[in-house]
Design a protein around this ligand. Structure first.
Ligand code: ZN
Length: 264
């Protein structure tokens, strides 16, 4: 079965003398591993395409027995020069690519993840997003788009409204207050109200402020183009970082360890 489709190259490796394997993320089908035989010699069929962080149109077939995919041809669309020339941004991009690879998105959720990834790369190429914020934003947004969205309105223990919505009508990008009178239950997947926290604080729950709730809500509604205007106080960043990391570990089974995502 042959197909031609737009993809981003997540990872590239060499094997034998002139052959290359690639892990590609296709807009319509998610991650595919394919072999480019003679790839390091053929500039005509793969002109500039066999490199990490290349957006291209790729024609993919398979070997005669149908046991593996073969890259037949590639056309370069964009190579993100603004990211390649900046080692700091390249480090952030590598983190995002590793996360996409680890999540192993199926064909159903592929288009949303593909769009999110390209918009993230485009935003990062044009502007600055804090190094401590980008992985957090990208991870949270991708997880939410996989249908794993935390409940931020009703308390996950008592079912009542978890916080006073009327009294918190500000842009979350302006929130400085991180005093934690709420909680976040990773196992139950949402916010715990003040009364439930006062009644019995579960040590498994994370302390969580209203500002952090509003920021998580904002992340769910935002697009990567909005991210450069977000600034967070250190304590709020810590709260969100802990919650998002534990949420990803619990619901996607992935933990960041020694520079890579490990299945747990
Ligand atoms: Zn409650």
């Amino acid at each position: 079965m042959e197909f031609t489709e737009k993809a981003l190259v997540l990872k590239v490796g060499r094997f034998r003398e002139a052959d290359i394997w690639l892990r590609l993320f296709f807009a319509g089908r998610g991650m595919v591993t394919a072999f480019a035989f003679g790839g390091s010699r053929s500039t005509r069929r793969f002109c500039g395409c066999l490199d990490q962080l290349v957006l291209g149109t790729f024609r993919v077939g398979s070997n005669r027995r149908g046991t593996y995919k073969v890259l037949e041809e590639g056309t370069l669309l964009h190579a993100f020069p603004g990211l390649r020339s900046d080692p700091r941004k390249l480090g952030l991009v590598a983190h995002c690519l590793k996360f996409v690879e680890a999540v192993q998105v199926g064909s159903q959720g592929a288009q949303a993840v593909f769009d999110l990834l390209l918009e993230t790369l485009g935003t990062l190429e044009k502007s600055e997003v804090g190094a401590e914020l980008l992985p957090l934003l990208f991870k949270a947004k991708l997880t939410f788009e996989q249908g794993l969205k935390p409940d931020l309105t009703l308390c996950v223990r008592c079912g009542r409204p978890a916080w006073d919505h009327a009294g918190a009508d500000h842009e979350p990008t302006q929130y400085a207050c991180a005093s934690s009178n709420l909680g976040f239950s990773v196992e139950r997947g949402g916010v715990v109200c003040t009364s439930c926290c006062d009644l019995s604080f579960d040590a498994q729950d994370e302390p969580f402020s209203i500002g952090a709730v509003r920021t998580l809500e904002w992340i769910g509604e935002s697009r990567p183009a909005d991210w450069p205007r977000l600034t967070l106080a250190p304590e709020m960043r810590r709260q969100l970082g802990r919650v998002v990391d534990r949420f990803v570990a619990y619901h996607l089974g992935l933990r960041w360890e020694n520079g890579m995502y490990r299945k747990i």
